[in-house]
Design a protein around this ligand. Structure first.
Ligand SMILES: [Zn+2]
Length: 215
């Protein structure tokens, strides 16, 4: 008996080429129902699934090995999509398909695995802001490491990122330099303006500003 989960994330097991999803559980046992909706196949196992207490296998359908393997591949790919967040979907699928009975996985199975990877990754990561307003809101919600402070000026549409430690250490310094760059700027803004100071022979950045224009 192999443990898996249904496409909706419900606990499931595979036995003899049939998949059963968890229907009910008590402190000692678990009831499973065949995932084919028209089927009456039922299983009762001990809570740890190690012992089959009862099997009602009045099956009215053939086991579909190809469908099962496709399902398992998709579930694995979904999990790997999160574990290996920067790996290319293609690589994950090829590697994982190699571990299953590949002759049983159809092309549509491969495509559905790829889709599952994208969906899973999109769930795990918020979508990028599509307007500057959204970017300003996102900036206020960002968590920062210690010694970093983010301030948002909605009126002027400016995000300020401050290194509070560096500012504190250089509070008596009188010379500050500012420089703007347009090229390497986050989307929805047009300039990063950096304020640095010169102390003890090195340049220390104190603050960065994301600006709405190049002025
Ligand atoms: Zn069934």
């Amino acid at each position: 008996m192999q443990l898996t989960e249904t496409s909706k994330g419900k606990q499931a097991v595979i036995m003899d080429g049939y998949m059963y999803s968890l229907k009910k559980e008590t402190k000692t046992s678990k009831n499973w129902q065949c995932t084919n909706r028209k089927c009456n196949g039922k299983l009762t196992t001990s809570f740890d699934r190690k012992v089959i207490l009862h099997a009602d296998t009045r099956r009215n359908h053939a086991s579909d090995e190809s469908k099962l393997q496709t399902h398992l591949l998709r579930q694995t790919c979904k999990r790997k999509a999160e574990e290996e967040i920067s790996e290319r979907p293609r690589k994950i699928i090829i590697r994982e398909a190699g571990k299953t009975k590949t002759d049983k996985v159809s092309l549509s199975g491969v495509l559905s695995s790829r889709r599952a990877i994208w969906i899973q990754r999109r769930k795990a990561h918020p979508k990028l802001p599509s307007t500057r307003e959204e970017a300003l809101i996102a900036a206020t919600q960002m968590t920062t490491r210690d010694n970093a402070l983010i301030e948002v000026d909605y009126e002027r549409q400016i995000v300020g990122i401050f290194d509070t430690m560096a500012i504190q250490l250089n509070k008596d310094v009188e010379d500050f330099f500012g420089d703007g760059t347009f090229k390497s700027c986050p989307k929805k803004f047009h300039q990063i303006h950096t304020v640095i100071t010169h102390a003890n022979g090195s340049y220390v950045p104190l603050a960065f500003f994301l600006l709405p224009d190049k002025k």
